[in-house]
Design a protein around this ligand. Structure first.
Ligand code: CTP
Ligand code: CA
Length: 227
C-alpha cells in the first residue's frame, strides 16, 4: 500500500472546493442532475490535505467516502452550493470549482407528485447562480480561483472565455468526448489555461496526479502573492 507523507506546500492556506453534481427538484420524487461523480473534486481535496492546506469541500450528492482531514459540507441544489461557497469564500485563499453545477432549475417545484396525463408535458426552467462568476466578482488580490471546463467542442475558445468571464486564474479544460477524460473514470486528459495567456497540456493521467499538478500551480500563484 502506498503511503504518502505531507509536503506542506499549502500549509497555512485554506482551499475551498466545490464538487459533484447538483440536484434541482421538480417534485418530491424527481430532480434534474448530471453525470458528475465528484471524483476530480475529491481527489483535489485529498491532495490539498496532504499538502497541508485547510480544506473545505462543498459537495453535491456523491457516493464517495469523505476525504480524511477535509471539512465536508453536503449540499443538494445549486442555490445551496452557492450559499455554502459564499459563506466560506472570504476566508479562502483558493477556490477550486470542480462541481458540475446545474445551469437551470425548474421554475416551480411541485409540492405534490406530478401525475401523468395524456399528451406532452413541458418543464419551465430558470437559470441558477453561476457560483464561480459570483465569487469571481468578490475575489480579492490574494485569492486564486480555478475553474473547470468540460467541453465537447471548441475547447480552447470556451476555456479562454471562461477564464475572463469568471475572473479565474486557471481553467482546467477537458474534452469529455475523449476516451479517459469523461465522467466517472479515474483518469483525465486536461489542458490548464492560465490568466497570463500560457497553457499547459497534460497527457492522460490519474485524477490524483491531475489534482497534484493543479495544486502545485495554485501553490505557485499563492507564493507569488506572499512575496
Ligand atoms: N460553475 C459554477 N456555477 C455554475 C456553473 C458553473 O460555479 N452555476 C463553475 C463550474 O464548477 C466550473 C466552471 O464554472 O468550474 C465552468 O463550468 P461550465 O459548466 O463548464 O461553464 P458554464 O459557465 O456553466 O457555461 P456552459 O455550461 O454553457 O459551458
Ligand atoms: Ca454549465
Amino acid at each position: 500500500q502506498f503511503f504518502r507523507t505531507k509536503n506542506w506546500e499549502l500549509s497555512g492556506k485554506t482551499v475551498l472546493i466545490t464538487a459533484g453534481p447538483t440536484r434541482e427538484k421538480i417534485d418530491p420524487i424527481r430532480f434534474l442532475t448530471n453525470h458528475s461523480t465528484g471524483k476530480m473534486g475529491y481527489a483535489i481535496a485529498e491532495e490539498a490535505v496532504r499538502m497541508g492546506a485547510k480544506v473545505i469541500l462543498v459537495s453535491g450528492p456523491v457516493s464517495l467516502a469523505p476525504p480524511k482531514g477535509a471539512e465536508l459540507i453536503e449540499v443538494e441544489s445549486a442555490e445551496e452550493m452557492y450559499r455554502a461557497a459564499l459563506e466560506y469564500f472570504a476566508k479562502a485563499d483558493a477556490l477550486i470549482g470542480t462541481a458540475a453545477v446545474a445551469d437551470y432549475r425548474p421554475k416551480y417545484i411541485q409540492k405534490d407528485k406530478m401525475k401523468k396525463k395524456e399528451g406532452e408535458q413541458a418543464l419551465e426552467l430558470e437559470r441558477t447562480k453561476d457560483i464561480l462568476f459570483e465569487l469571481g466578482k468578490r475575489k480579492e488580490a490574494h485569492q486564486v480561483i480555478v475553474g473547470f471546463a468540460a467541453e465537447t467542442t471548441e475547447i480552447e475558445k470556451h476555456a479562454i472565455g471562461k477564464l475572463a468571464r469568471k475572473n479565474a486564474d486557471l481553467i482546467i479544460a477537458n474534452d469529455v468526448k475523449q476516451k479517459g477524460a469523461g465522467f466517472g473514470v479515474d483518469t483525465n486528459i486536461v489542458t490548464i489555461y492560465k490568466k497570463d495567456g500560457s497553457k499547459l497540456e497534460l497527457p492522460l493521467m490519474a485524477k490524483t496526479e491531475v489534482a497534484r499538478r493543479i495544486l502545485s500551480e495554485v501553490s505557485l500563484l499563492l507564493k507569488r502573492d506572499d512575496s
